[in-house]
Design a protein around this ligand. Structure first.
Ligand SMILES: NC(=O)c1ccc[n+]([C@@H]2O[C@H](COP(=O)([O-])OP(=O)(O)OC[C@H]3O[C@@H](n4cnc5c(N)ncnc54)[C@H](OP(=O)(O)O)[C@@H]3O)[C@@H](O)[C@H]2O)c1
Length: 407
């Protein structure tokens, strides 16, 4: 038994020694090869074509350059590379990804020659292989395919609440325009039907149902409809509906309080609960809430509305963490004044409008499409690492400090 154990130890030691010898040989060979190439290159001053053949994998004629460097930390500048380059391929740094427009390369420092050797990026050489998904896509996909992947919503199923006017309507059109199949809801049947006809004439895949999201039973019917339409799967839930009653808080009646809470928060919370199994079943879900800057800063006569949006902001963060394991992201957009029917009346007052402009660094109102573009981005694979964020769409209002006019 002892002899057997000793034999095993010996065999293992021999195997390790063999591996180490092979590796040392490999390293020596690589170093030797690079030194030889570097020598050859330096003789020809700055540019040679000797590795161009090897770089055929990236599909363009390539050149190698040598760059003098004081030490191993001083890498040649990317600008210099681009200048020397005759490439048409994207410029890739093995350490930092897609950094400029011209050349894929790998660099290594040669202490004897005190130079950086720049080698064309070569996909077949494992030591220089850079596995950037962006590069893979650029090299292997036509631009149309690239678009249809990361920057598209093709094949996604979405529910957008309150899609017949204002921000909700812009979101429906933005998502459907990017390839999603969208279901929306509102309370006014005529208005909904008119929208559906218009969307159909534009070739957008949008369906709709009547639903007052402040009523639990109607929310449940809405989600049953969505489930049957989309085969029990939902990729995108946009909780857009919200309302406002402007009053000092002590003047709000009990009925107004319950309307505001039911419309702005209960509905959102419960729709998330109802949508959860569908979002999970889709394998890649996302929730976007329409919050408001009123959830961050105090606005006159909007204490309860602001509190409901503040609650949405925290729900956004909680769901991001609670549902991450199910591959569901959760984000919110927080607009300041956007030109919609909801704020039409208050903004018809000229003095009030002037106050709004003066408080807004960009000195104008927002357009619903300036919110819907962000919502679409948050639903795309392109934003796949963003979750738990509340992003203001406010012309700079929420970061505005003190800027007196005459100083
Ligand atoms: N506009 C702004 O300046 C602004 C600023 C900050 C935040 N927001 C937020 O953005 C969201 C959209 O606002 P908006 O200005 O686009 O509003 P909007 O122009 O009044 O449009 C609201 C949409 O939601 C529907 N809706 C309203 N209550 C509903 C309910 N109980 N059930 C189902 N659908 C309902 C409306 O249709 P029906 O009336 O037919 O139901 C309409 O389609 C809200 O959450 C709001 O708080 C807006």
């Amino acid at each position: 038994m002892k002899a057997y154990a000793e034999a095993l130890v010996k065999a293992k030691a021999e195997e390790e020694a063999k591996e180490a010898a092979e590796k040392a040989g490999e390293d020596t060979n690589t170093t030797k090869r690079l030194e030889e190439e570097a020598k050859k290159l330096s003789e020809k001053e700055s540019k040679v074509d000797s590795l161009a053949e090897e770089a055929k994998g990236v599909g363009a004629p390539m050149k190698c350059i040598l760059s003098k460097a004081k030490d191993s930390t001083q890498a040649p500048s990317l600008q210099a590379l681009a200048h020397h380059s005759t490439m048409t391929q994207p410029l890739i740094s093995p350490s930092s990804g897609l950094v400029n427009t011209q050349t894929p390369f790998a660099s290594c420092f040669n202490p004897q020659l005190n130079t950086h050797l720049i080698l064309p990026f070569k996909r077949t050489t494992s030591s220089f292989r850079y596995k950037s998904p962006i590069l893979n896509q650029i090299q292997t996909m036509a631009p149309s395919n690239l678009k249809s992947n990361r920057w598209s919503l093709q094949g996604k199923a979405a529910l957008v609440t309150g899609g017949t006017r204002g921000i909700g309507r812009a979101i429906v059109e933005e998502l459907a325009g990017l390839g999603a199949t969208v279901h929306t809801c509102s309370r006014n049947e005529n208005e909904l039907d008119k929208c559906l006809v218009e969307w159909k004439s534009l070739g957008l895949k949008v369906s709709g149902s009547i639903c007052d999201v402040s009523i639990r039973a109607q929310r449940e019917s809405l989600m049953e409809k969505v489930s049957s339409l989309f085969d029990c799967k939902l990729n995108i839930l946009v909780n857009n509906v919200g309302t406002n009653i402007r009053k000092p808080m002590v003047d709000l009646t009990a009925e107004e309080v319950s309307t505001l809470l039911a419309t702005n928060f209960d509905s959102v919370f419960n729709l998330c609960q109802l949508a959860y199994p569908l979002l999970k079943a889709s394998g890649l879900g996302c929730v976007v809430f329409t919050s408001s800057v009123s959830g961050f800063v105090s606005l006159k006569s909007m204490s309860l509305q602001g509190a409901t949006k503040g609650a949405i902001n925290q729900l956004t963060r909680n769901l991001a963490c609670e549902w991450a394991k199910d591959n569901i992201r959760s984000n919110a957009v927080a607009p300041w004044y956007i030109r919609t029917s909801m704020v039409e009346q208050v903004l018809s007052n000229k003095e009030y409008l002037e106050e709004v402009y003066s408080r807004t660094p960009l000195q104008r109102l927002g357009d619903p499409t300036e919110v819907s573009s962000l919502v679409a981005f948050l639903c795309m694979p392109a934003s796949s690492y963003i979750t738990g964020q509340i992003i203001c769409v406010d012309g700079g209002m929420s970061v505005n400090g003190f800027y007196p006019k005459d100083y």
